[in-house]
Structures are given as C-alpha cells and as structure tokens.
Design a protein around this ligand. Structure first.
Ligand code: CTP
Length: 400
C-alpha cells in the first residue's frame, strides 16, 4: 500500500520551500495531502500545492464542501503520518497547549497517527524558554522534531532556527516509512492501572495507580510494531493508539483477560493489582444498622505476574514486572523478581513524596539476572520508550 503524509503548512517564510518538499515526497512515491493555514497562505498558494501534490488542499475548518467530502477528523487520520513544515513557534505553542482553533490545530489534536514537526523561526524565538518548553512537551508526547538548522535567516540574523532543507525532511519521512519496526510480528500483553475489588455494589478496595505508566508502555510497544493488548483496570488515561484495550475491574477479571490474550512474546505487568479482595462481596448495599461496622474479611487475589511467569509452554519469552515500594526499594524488588519468576523487574519508589502514582515522571531501576541498572528520572513516556527499545534489543539478541 502506498505511504501517505498529511502535510500542514503553517505561516513562516520557509513555507516557500514546501513546493520543493512536496515534489521530493511525490518523487519518492509518498502521497501528500496538504492543510494550508491562513498564515501559510500568505507565502504559498493553495493552487501551487494542489498542482504539485495532485491532491485537494484543505484550508478551512468550517468549509461545508470540505466537510462533506472529508470530515476534519477523517482528514486527520487519513494519512500514515502527519508532518508540520514549516512549524512556526505559534503552531508549536498551540500544539503543546492542545488548542483546536483552526483546521490545522484541530487535525493535530484529533489525529491518531505519528507526528513530525520541522520548526522554522527566528533564532531568538527558537531560544525563548517558552519555545524550549513547548518542544519538550511535544517530544515527551512522542512527536519527532526535524531540525532546525543553523544559518542565515530571512530576517537577516544568523543562528539556529532555519527550517531543514526539503530534501532532508523528505529523507527523514522516507526513513520513517522504510524502517522495519523492531517488534513487527511480536505479540505483547501489558497490564495497567489499579484494580477495583467490590465490597458491595457501591464500595470497593482500590489504590492510587493512574495507569499512566502502563498505558505509555503499551503505546511504546505498539509504536515499535508489536501487536499489543492492554488489559486495564479503571483508569482515566486515553486509550493508546493502535492498541487493543480490554477493560476490567477486578484482579480476577484481569487474570482471565491476560490468560485469554496468550500466547504472547512479551508481557509487561505494570498494573497495581489489589492483593486482596473482599472474601464475600455483598450482593446488595451494606446498611449501617446500628453502630458496629461490618467485619471485612479479605481473600488473597491471584498474582497475575507470577501466573504468567509460570505459564509453561504459554509463558511469554520475556516477562517484565514492576515493584512498587516505599522502602528498601532494590532489596525488595530483587526479591520480588525471584519469588515471582519474571525476567525483569522495574523498581520504582511510590512513597507519597515521590509523586510517582498519578505523576508525569518516574525514576526506575531495571533489575535482571545481569544486576541492577539505575535509569535517570524521566517522563513516564520516556521510561516506556526506553523499555520498549530494551525489549526489542533483547528479543533481537535472542534471535541472532
Ligand atoms: N502483581 C500482579 N498480581 C498481583 C499483585 C501484583 O500481577 N496480585 C504484579 C504487579 O503488576 C507488579 C508486580 O506484581 O508487576 C509487583 O507488584 P507490587 O504491588 O509491587 O508487589 P506485590 O506483589 O503486591 O507485593 P507487596 O504488596 O508485598 O509489595
């Protein structure tokens, strides 16, 4: 199938290089459909982009004819890759803030496809802390930044901020399409979020897990091409793109869903599974009747990580668990790896002052039969990407 790009041309002088970029892409057999922002249209005409791409150019969010031909949501997902070139400081800021006030920003918010941006701006704007922060936000979300380069600018100044040359941008796009995904053909199973264990139809036992880390891992594995199933307890995290999600409530439901998803090559248990459940969940709401609280007898839940690690010929080739600890992190996590029989444990400190549960960042230590590897503090997304790459290294090593 032909590869296709949705090219968003925003309003910088570098937009004049877009006709050349389109020519390069089309020559490489990449279908290119454009969105031209109002600013972009000050530098290039929709007619020139349409003539070179051989495709209709979209400009207006509220165009009835455009909407009837292709709704803006569909447009945002119709291509395999979304590229913003040139990406002005303004559109980068709008992307970072999640604004959707024109067709380009709406498409960027609605897309479920990978996104690349080729920034182009004056050197002072490039160096401004606001731009630095916006770029970091976009990078953390997995967006690829192409360039910019150093050079003379249209405004006469010299420095970083000039958009990469069209040939280089087209080369990066081609590489993206050509690079075989490292986990193509592999199946991955990821657990995420807390579990809810019913006490009665109203009350439940739960924990503070948000699902951020597990969902990010599922997204990263899918991003490397793995056919990924995410078994998630109740979580407010959006469903990661390209992942099959099974929603569960309790530990026992989570185990059944995981067993149903086997065989898999990779299992990552990131869920904070409740160790206990009410031994005898009441079928109707417990009433206060008198002053004595009802006795709450607990029963032990199945251990999903240990079960997957001992799944005989169905055992995934690589089983990874987490260890959520508040003290003696490495010691407890090392012990957990042995008692649960998994290959790796990612140990993280979940003490309240670390803000791990629900927070954006995580500091983990990878424990394997090779010892302990300390990873620096990074975003949960970055932990997920690094883990996915490490999993791919290991599976490739096992094959060779
Ligand atoms: N885990 C699991 N099923 C359970 C409990 C835990 O699959 N019933 C998995 C978690 O997903 C994680 C690992 O086991 O990958 C360790 O979880 P953690 O909560 O750190 O440890 P526990 O096994 O619950 O032990 P403890 O509460 O004593 O620390």
């Amino acid at each position: 199938m032909e590869n296709s790009v949705l090219l968003i041309v925003s309003g910088g002088i570098a937009a004049v290089k877009c006709p050349q970029l389109i020519r390069n892409l089309v020559k490489k057999g990449i279908t290119t459909r454009c969105i031209l922002t109002r600013g972009g249209a000050q530098f290039v005409t929709p007619l020139s982009l349409a003539a070179l791409s051989g495709e209709k150019v979209y400009e207006d969010l509220f165009s009835l004819t455009d909407e009837s031909e292709m709704g803006h949501i569909e447009l945002s997902r119709s291509a395999d890759l979304v590229v913003v070139a040139p990406a002005t400081a303004h559109i980068l800021a709008r992307m970072a803030a999640g604004l959707a006030d024109d067709l380009a920003s709406t498409a960027l918010l609605a897309t479920d496809k990978p996104v690349m941006v080729a920034p182009a701006m004056n050197v002072r704007m490039w160096e401004h802390p606001a731009t630095r922060q916006n770029l970091q936000t976009l990078r953390d979300r997995g967006i690829t930044i192409i360039g910019p380069e150093q050079g003379e600018m249209a405004c006469g100044e010299f420095g970083l901020g000039r958009m990469s040359e069209p040939e280089d941008i087209a080369g990066t796009i081609e590489k993206f399409f050509k690079s075989g995904k490292r986990l193509d053909g592999k199946r991955a199973l990821v657990t995420s979020g807390p579990t809810f264990e019913a006490i009665d139809p109203v009350r439940y036992i739960a924990n503070r897990s948000s699902g951020k880390q597990g969902h990010a891992i599922a997204a990263a594995l899918a991003g490397l091409g793995a056919d990924t199933t995410l078994v998630s307890g109740p979580s407010n995290e959006p469903e990661p793109r390209g992942v099959s999600v099974i929603h569960v409530q309790s530990a026992r439901e989570m185990l059944a869903a995981c067993e149903g998803a086997l065989p898999a090559d990779i299992a990552v248990c990131a869920a904070a599974v409740s160790d206990w459940r009410s031994a005898d969940a009441a079928p109707s709401k417990l009433k206060k009747n008198g002053s004595a609280p009802p006795p709450l007898e607990l029963a032990l839940n199945p251990d999903i990580l240990a079960t997957l690690s001992a799944a005989g010929n169905k055992r995934p080739a690589l089983v990874v668990g987490f260890a959520a600890e508040t003290n003696d992190l490495i010691e407890h996590a090392t012990q957990k790896r042995l008692t649960k029989g998994c290959d790796w444990i990612l140990a993280n400190d979940v003490s309240a002052d670390k803000g791990t549960f629900g927070g954006q960042d995580n500091t983990v230590h990878l424990i394997s039969d090779q010892g302990v590897e300390d990873w620096p503090k990074m975003s949960k997304q970055a932990v997920a990407d690094k883990l996915a790459e490490r999993i791919a290294d290991t599976l490739e090593g096992a094959q060779s």
